[in-house]
Design a protein around this ligand. Structure first.
Ligand code: C2E
Ligand code: CA
Ligand code: CA
Ligand code: CA
Length: 279
């Protein structure tokens, strides 16, 4: 039996054993992946809604297992968070993304905007800011080209610490985006109380805006709030031209989604990159 902290006893059910075993197995896989460089970054292009001109990329993490299968983050991020491995994995992501950004520049491409997902547990870890500073110094990455995406729920959960860290991130010159905007209950207070610059409309709203009149009006309202607060707006999960056109009409500046490109590797990104103009 397991004590659950209150005065009740939880019976240890078989599915809980499996969960614990799977978690331990995944933890081992994650530790090995850090050592053996099995983490892989994919990049999803973000474009201007009007011209479809390339703007930047969102970095999306994958884990290549020993058998060659590519695992998506939903399979391993929750375990990484629960065993504390999200901090070193997250630092690896930031470093690898900055190194790749510099590599594109070395190859003669113009610098692009690179957007990185940051877990709330990374923000809470005391070494986060110093590790970001080190990575900026060691890679030479210009912080003005970096954005950290933080989910709305993270911001709400630990508002005091997170507010401080977000202010420090901004001082470093890195932009902050609020990810999955609109799905929690206190979206508006987040906008009011946190110094964010970019708002990402969650893909569930984008999906519903075409089929549902109310959904359309909600996206319209979100875009209007963002505009009046001078925030940049990115719509994620754009899958067809109807969605793109509606978003553009409503004044959403940037879009991202399968309609433009699925997440791709660093070689495939090169095809999207604007070349430096020869002087
Ligand atoms: P997210 O930040 O909301 O990322 C968008 C997700 O939507 C990605 O899933 C992307 O592949 C998917 N997507 C892109 N375009 C479309 C589309 O047109 N339609 C649909 N239906 N989906 C689309 P992915 O790569 O599986 O990532 C899932 C989540 O994992 C991300 O959600 C993010 O929260 C998290 N994640 C990814 N990389 C990292 C990372 O490096 N660190 C942390 N902490 N979390 C990460
Ligand atoms: Ca994101
Ligand atoms: Ca999102
Ligand atoms: Ca999401």
């Amino acid at each position: 039996v397991k004590h659950n902290g209150k005065n009740n006893f939880l019976k240890f059910e078989p599915h809980m054993v499996n969960f614990q075993q799977n978690k331990r197995k995944m933890e081992k896989i994650l530790r090995e992946a850090l050592v053996n460089e099995q983490f892989v970054l994919l990049y999803q292009p973000q474009v201007y809604a009007g011209t479809k001109r390339f703007y930047g990329v969102e970095v999306l993490l994958r884990l290549r297992t020993e058998s060659g299968v590519m695992l998506t983050p939903d399979k391993f991020i929750p375990v990484a968070e629960s065993v504390g491995l999200i901090v070193p994995i997250g630092a690896w992501v930031i470093r690898a993304a900055c190194e790749q950004g510099m590599e594109w520049i070395r190859r003669g491409y113009d610098p692009i905007k690179i957007s990185i997902n940051i877990s709330g547990l990374q923000l809470k870890s005391i070494q986060f800011l110093s590790s970001v500073k080190n990575i900026l110094e060691e890679t030479g990455m210009n912080p003005a080209n970096l954005t950290f995406e933080i989910t709305e729920s993270t911001i709400i959960d630990q508002s005091y610490t997170v507010l401080h860290v977000i202010e420090e991130i901004r001082k470093l010159g890195i932009s902050v985006a609020i990810d999955d905007f609109g799905i929690s209950y206190s979206s508006l207070s987040v906008l009011k109380n946190f110094p964010i610059e970019i708002l990402k409309i969650d893909k569930s709203f984008v999906r519903e805006m075409v089929t549902d009149e109310k959904g359309y009006k909600i996206v319209n309202a979100i875009i209007n709030i963002a505009k009046s607060l001078d925030l940049r707006i990115v719509a994620e999960g754009v899958e067809d031209s109807t969605q793109l056109e509606l978003l553009d009409e409503l004044g959403c500046q940037f879009i991202q989604g399968y309609y433009i490109s699925k997440p791709i590797n660093e070689h495939e990104v090169s095809k999207f990159l604007p070349h430096r103009v020869a002087l």
